[in-house]
Design a protein around this ligand. Structure first.
Ligand SMILES: Nc1ncnc2c1ncn2[C@@H]1O[C@H](COP(=O)(O)OP(=O)(O)OP(=O)(O)O)[C@@H](O)[C@H]1O
Length: 298
């Protein structure tokens, strides 16, 4: 079993006594070296989870271990966190910002990686004069050139045009593969994640609903179509009937009766949408996504 990039045990966070839980009872493990899609509806707790992993928030309960440590000062130099609003110094130029990145990370700074990502940006432009997408590009250049073990990216592609998105996604994937960087990327663009991410965390209502290798999570489900009848003993995530025809996303418990049902593998997008529409469906974590402490306690 490889080391964990993130391991959460009973992780919970509330922003104030009266506010309720932003995240609750989260126990999962993200093995190192994965590219993980963090998905969920607005307000699900994705940013909270990323900020906890980045050490910017203290858990209200439970623990989050990052790259094997819970010591936030020790973790910080080894991670890169790009927040949703891409905070940068508006009065600095692009060149100054990259220079500051190098000065702050002298041991690890990869100037070539920074140049590759920041190539289209005018070096003498002030950050405050950059567009949202250009700021994102600069923030990603800083994050990647730091050569972190773990990149935590909160909706990094949201304000990029399709071409820039495609190019930066490709660059990130290639760099991550070459340097075994773990990436956690929150996004609402499900189609885009399908090709890029090999691991999945679905958070909803502050809880982890799905976790594990994307392939395994998909393989644990089936899309079945047939005449309306009982689907027991399988777990039905979502079903709809049209006349006498039933279509359902199920988690099979044993072989599905091929004489009674047309069976297909759902796409990742179909699977995620079905779970988002069915908040009461039971959670599923594949074995690699089980927190070790949780496993030990079971
Ligand atoms: N600084 C804050 N103070 C108070 N409540 C907060 C704060 N940040 C987030 N919350 C609350 O915590 C919950 C989870 O929010 P979070 O931003 O983590 O969700 P998200 O999944 O990232 O959402 P989105 O997809 O809209 O970015 C929400 O109910 C939100 O209102």
């Amino acid at each position: 079993m490889t080391g964990a990039a993130i391991e959460a045990n009973g992780l919970g966070m509330t922003y104030g006594r009266k506010r309720g839980w932003a995240l609750r009872d989260c126990s999962f493990r993200l093995p190192a070296g994965r590219i993980c899609a963090l998905v969920g509806p607005n307000g699900a707790g994705k940013s909270t989870l990323l900020a906890l992993a980045a050490g910017l928030l203290r858990p209200t309960e439970g623990t989050v271990r990052v790259l094997g440590s819970t010591d936030r000062a020790e973790i910080r130099p080894r991670i890169a966190y790009v927040a949703q609003d891409k905070p940068l110094y508006p009065q600095l130029t692009v060149a100054d910002t990259l220079w500051a990145g190098r000065e702050l990370n002298p041991a690890t700074w990869d100037g070539d990686a920074a140049d590759r990502i920041a190539a289209p940006l005018p070096r003498d432009a002030k950050v405050r004069a950059l567009s949202g997408g250009q700021r994102t590009r600069l923030a990603l250049a800083l994050a990647l050139a730091k050569r972190p073990g773990l990149m935590l990216l909160d909706e990094p592609m949201a304000d990029l045009d399709p071409l820039a998105r495609h190019q930066l996604m490709g660059l990130l994937m290639a760099e991550a593969a070459e340097h075994s960087t773990t990436i956690v990327m929150s996004s609402h663009i499900l189609t885009e994640l399908e090709g890029a991410c090999d691991y999945l965390l679905l958070v909803d209502g502050g809880r982890v609903r799905l976790g594990g290798e994307s392939e395994d999570v998909v393989a644990a489900h089936a899309l079945v179509t047939g005449q309306v009848r009982d689907l027991a003993p399988h777990t039905v995530i979502e079903s709809r009937t049209t006349g006498r025809q039933l279509t359902a996303l199920i988690r099979p418990d044993g072989p599905v009766d091929a004489a009674a049902w047309d069976v297909a593998e759902p796409s990742l997008e179909e699977l995620l949408l079905a779970h988002l529409r069915s908040p009461d469906a039971p959670p599923l974590l594949t074995p690699s996504a089980h927190a070790r402490e949780a496993v030990a306690a079971a």
